[in-house]
Design a protein around this ligand. Structure first.
Ligand code: NAD
Ligand code: MG
Length: 389
């Protein structure tokens, strides 16, 4: 019997997660149909994807999108749209079944919220959505029936492992972290780290922002907060452990002491595919574990003095409310400044700490309060950088 293909909108199609999602859709073109794509400014790559997949809607979000676009490179029957309103429209369209949220940073929030508001399945790579607005997203999903499917490899692992018991039997979740390129780097030399050094991740190939986040371990901080909201956990139930091989993607401990983990080689196609096909598992497109050769899997407690991002993430998960908004905004500004040679590596986490400590806490921020706090934290971080550097 012919099944209707599942219609996918891919927000952030030109990025690292976007490209891996395209590979999954191509490998399972009998199951999935790409109907809409977005990019910030890479018009030529967007046109290539639109042509290759016969996409009906393509959106450029950059404010100068109209100037960047060469309409002749897009297929004739593909509508080319501009701006964040168009992204919201696509993410909530009745012609879309699954929205993959793969934009980087707080810029991904509007599309994610539109998809959840319209009751879609949201495949969440954009962890910032849950960091900034986890409580709002959960509440909205309960109202609309939207499904939240994690794409982040750690959260996909938890999502898979947690099904081994009942919700109330979960004792703790342990997120693994590769430790990034500076796991064994001397603490006293951390302020000499250059963007080129930070952009070399030992096990994952990702976009520049998350690669720097992995180096500072802010990525793990953001993932701790993401896990708190995705799985409705208490901060005290979440831990992080260093696992340099990036094969064990996370672990869940149940009340009887059983620990269930998910393992696979580091490749984002697997969690992306699972988020698209769940509850079904489809044939894999990623490499498999080779268990015929000797392999070591290490688990090492994190050095929280060298990587203060981890306690910061736990504190934000504990405090909830507006804490995630300001820490995320500060991190985005600080990472951008670091990549542009305007801030030292070792000042990124202190910038986030300063915004957490100085902001006026709101326990249940509205969408308007979230956006104005985000603006506030961006401006304050710039001022903080001028004062401290
Ligand atoms: P990337 O930088 O490679 O791609 C980002 C995408 O977002 C691009 O398509 C870009 O055009 C778009 N974009 C950038 N700025 C935008 C803006 N202001 N408005 C609208 N669109 C914008 O990033 P990535 O590595 O693919 O990461 C995407 C998201 O997935 C991030 O939230 C990241 O934390 C998360 N994630 C990534 C990986 C990974 O392996 N890359 C793993 C887990 C989670
Ligand atoms: Mg991750």
């Amino acid at each position: 019997m012919n099944q209707r293909r599942i219609r996918v909108a891919l927000l952030g199609a030109t990025g690292s997660i976007g490209r891996s999602t395209l590979d999954v859709i191509k490998a399972h073109s009998d199951r999935f149909e790409l109907v809409g794509i977005t990019a910030n400014s890479n018009s030529s790559q967007l046109a290539e994807i639109a042509t290759q997949f016969g996409v009906r809607t393509a959106i450029l979000t950059a404010s100068n999108g109209r100037e960047l676009v060469d309409r002749s490179r897009f297929p004739k029957n593909c509508e080319v749209l501009f701006g964040q309103d168009a992204v919201e429209h696509l993410a909530s369209s009745p012609d879309v079944d699954i929205v993959v949220s793969a934009i980087v940073g707080a810029a991904g929030l509007r599309g994610s919220l539109a998809a959840v508001g319209a009751g879609k399945r949201l495949a969440i790579a954009n962890k910032e959505t849950m960091v900034i607005a986890g409580a709002t997203v959960r509440k909205l999903a309960q109202k609309t029936g939207a499904e939240l499917l994690p794409v982040d490899s750690e959260h996909s692992a938890i999502f898979q492992a947690i099904k081994s018991g009942r919700e109330k039997e979960v004792c703790r979740v342990i997120l693994t972290a590769s430790g990034g390129p500076f796991r064994d780097f001397p603490k006293e030399q951390m302020d000499q780290i250059t963007p080129a050094m930070a952009l070399k991740h030992p096990t994952w190939k990702m976009g520049p922002k998350i690669t720097v986040d992995s180096a500072t371990m802010m990525n793990k901080a953001l993932e701790i907060i993401e896990a708190r909201w995705l799985f409705d956990l208490k901060a005290g139930q979440i831990e992080a452990v260093i696992h340099p091989q990036s094969i064990i993607h996370s672990l869940v401990e149940f009340c009887d002491g059983s620990v269930i983990a998910q393992l696979s080689p580091p490749d984002m196609k697997l969690p992306i595919q699972y988020a698209l096909s769940y509850p079904e598992r489809l044939d894999g497109t990623s490499p498999r574990l080779d268990l015929t050769t000797r392999m070591s899997l290490e688990l090492i407690p994190p050095d929280i003095e060298k990587f203060p991002a981890i306690p910061l993430g736990l504190e934000v998960a504990e405090r909830g409310g507006s804490s995630g908004v300001v820490v995320n905004a500060a991190n985005e500004v600080a990472v951008d400044a670091f990549l542009n040679g305007k801030l030292s590596f070792s000042q990124i986490v202190p910038a986030c700490r300063a915004m957490l400590d100085h902001h006026e806490f709101i326990s249940e921020p509205t969408y308007e309060e979230i956006t104005s706090l985000d603006d506030w934290a961006r401006e304050e971080t710039i001022k903080w950088m001028h004062l401290c550097c």
